[in-house]
Design a protein around this ligand. Sequence first.
Ligand code: ASP
Length: 452
Amino acid sequence: MKVAKFGGTSLASAEQIEKICAIVTADPARRLVVVSAPGKRDREDTKVTDLLIEVVRAQLTNQDGHTALARVIDRYAAIIADLGLPDTALAPIVADFERRLAMSTSDEALYADAMKAGGEDNCARLVAEYLRHNGAEAHYLDPGEGGLILSEEPGNARVLQASYGKLRQLKDRPGITIFPGFFGYSPTGRVVTFSRGGSDITGAILAAAVDATVYENFTDVDSVFVANPALVENPVAVAEITYREMRELSYAGFSVFHDEALEPVFHAGIPVVVKNTNNPQAPGTRIVPERAVGDRPVVGIAATDGFCSVYISKYLMNREVGFGRRLLAIFEDEGISFEHTPSGIDNMSVIVRESYFNHAAEERVLRRIRTELEVDELSVARGLALVMVVGEGMHHTIGLASRACTAFARASVNIEMINQGSSEVSMMFGIAAADIPAAVRSLYGEFFASSG
Ligand code: ASP
C-alpha cells in the first residue's frame, strides 16, 4: 500500500485535480491519498489557506469575513465547473464554510484553526466526488473518524501516539481513501491544525500508521535540488538522500518538504519519494534510511536567515560548574528556544531565531545575564544567516571543511561562526544574511559545478 500526498499547487485548478486522479488511478497500490487545500495557480495567485486566514482576521477585527470568504467560494466554484461536476456540488461547501464562519470566536486560535481546516476538508470531499464521478471507488474520510488525534496546540499541533492504533485500520478500508491534510482533532474534539505546510505531516503519519511501502509526496518540481534554484541556475537534482540529510536541509530552508514531516516515516523506516504531479514519469527524489556515499560526500547546500547570536564571555568560564545550564535557563524562563550554542574555553554564543527575540526580550535576557552570571562581555549580533553544507560523507572525507572555507573566501564572505562536529552530517556556518547568495553560489561551484 502506498500513501500519496498532493500539495496545494496540485489542487489549484480542475486541470491539476484531473492529473491527480490520473496518477491515483494509474496504480492500484495508491489507496490512501492526502490532499492539501487549493494552492496558487500562478505566482500572483493566493492560496486558499491564506484567504481563509484573511477571513479569520476580518472576523476577529469586527469586519465581515464574507468578502474574503467569497474569494474562497469562487475558487471551489471554478474547480467544480471546470471539472464538469454538477452545480449542486457547491452548496455543501458553501454551507460548510458558513458554519465555520458562524462558530464562536471566544478562543481565537481555535477559531482560526477550524476555519483554516475547511480548505483541506472541502478539497478532500471534492476530490473524492470527482474520482467517483469518473467511476473509481473513492471515499472521503474525516480525520476524526480515521483516528488522527492531535495535541491541543492550535496552529502548531503534534500527533499523539494514541492515534496510531486506530489509524492502522485504514489499511483495511475498501477503495481509495481521500484524507484531508493539515488538521486533526484534539482529545476534547476541537479541530486543530499543524503548522503551515502541515499536510506533509499528515501524509507521513498515515504512511507510518499503515506501514506503507512508500510515502509519495507529490509537489510541483521534478526533484529536490542540491541548492535553491532561486540562487543557483539549474542546480543538480538529488536522486537519493537520507532522512538525516533531508532533515538538516529542511531546517536550513529547503522548502520542498515540511521539516517535521520526516519524523514518523524516519522511525518506521518508510522510504519517501518526492515527485512532480506535472511530470509523474520523472523518478523524483528518494529519501531513504541510508545511501551509498560514493563520490558524493556533500548532498546539498542550504541557507536561511533570521537568526541572531548572543555572545557571552567570562574569564575561567570553563571552571564554573553549571554556567551553561544557568545561561540557558534564562532563555527557557523567557520562553525562547535556542537553536545552537557554539562554545570556546571562556565564551559561548547562544543562537536564537530573531522572531522569538524581539528588542524587549533582548533587553530582559541581557539584563539577567549581566546580573545573574556576572559576565565580562556580552553582545548581540542580529541579521545572522546559517549556511549548512550537508552530506553523510562529511565526517569521513578529508578536506571538506577546507574546501568550504576556501569557497567562502573566494566569495569574500566573512565566516562569523563555524559549528562542525555536533552533527555527523553537516557543517554549519554563520554569515551575514546579505552574503547568502554569494556564499551559496560559491559553495555550489566548489562541490557541484563539475557534476552539473
Ligand atoms: N494548506 C496548508 C498551508 O498552506 C497546509 C498544506 O498545504 O500543507 O499551509
